[in-house]
Design a protein around this ligand. Structure first.
Ligand code: ZN
Length: 246
């Protein structure tokens, strides 16, 4: 992990590296701009506790032009992010890491899929990259009774709950609002979040609670570890298809 010495990492010689990725962007009137990064940092520790491996510090900045409108968002252009992630992953590969798990804790990184697909297509089976997107399991957490709102996309019940569990002193529940716009998610291709949700909340933030957040984090870490193991096992078991190892 990032608090170990290099000699300790050498001795443990892990084949797995875990890269949590956050974002710095508006999270409604009630939560700090560090929200995605704080969730990524926490989830990274919990997933590392289950899988072992070399945990990197969560990357704070990614792509978030869909959050433009208020000050405090920080982004890079998608091609820059693509190149940065490939460089990071290949630096790990050069040191003998064979498996990389990316925990994508910000929904707006639409360049992430090409990164994962290209790296696997080029480097399987020597390097295997798994991607876990916690937002994709929010409907499942609802079905399991951990959360109530199925409409959340940003700064709603789930994210508010997790931040109440991680850093309650940074959450201002007296300013929390509920708002679900009348457009589907793909309208983020046509205009930013603040255009559809004037307060910057897409979901029901007033449903946030620390105990829900704790259960969400625990369950998300569990599912992330399971899904990563499955993805690595699948990639490892692939036979060569003529010239292709992908
Ligand atoms: Zn967020």
């Amino acid at each position: 992990m990032y608090w170990n010495t290099a000699d300790e990492i050498m001795a443990a010689d892990p084949e797995l590296a875990i890269i949590p990725v956050g974002s710095i962007e508006q999270h409604g009137p009630h939560m700090p701009v560090m929200t995605d990064w704080a969730v990524a940092s926490e989830l990274g520790k919990r997933v590392q506790a289950k899988l072992g491996g070399f945990l990197l510090p969560a990357l704070p900045v990614s792509t978030c032009r869909e959050q433009m409108g208020k000050k405090g968002a920080v982004w890079m252009e998608p091609p820059t992010f693509y190149n940065m992630m490939c460089d990071i992953v290949l630096s790990l590969k050069e040191q003998g890491f064979k498996k990389v798990l990316i925990l994508q804790c910000h929904g707006g990184i639409f360049i992430m899929t090409p990164i994962v697909r290209d790296l696997n297509a080029k480097y399987n089976p020597d390097l295997m990259v798994a991607l876990f997107d916690p937002i994709a399991i929010w409907p499942r957490l609802c079905r399991e009774g951990i959360t109530e709102d199925t409409a959340e996309l940003h700064a709603g019940e789930g994210e508010t709950s997790m931040m109440l569990a991680i850093a309650p002193e940074t959450v201002h529940m007296d300013r929390a609002v509920d708002f679900v716009p009348d457009v589907p998610r793909n309208y983020l291709n046509y205009g930013g979040v603040l255009r559809h949700c004037p307060a910057g909340v897409w979901g029901r933030a007033t449903l946030g609670a620390a105990d829900k957040g704790e259960r969400m984090l625990a369950r998300t870490a569990e599912i992330a570890a399971e899904e990563a193991e499955k993805a690595f096992a699948f990639m490892r078991a692939k036979e060569k298809l003529n010239y292709s190892s992908f």
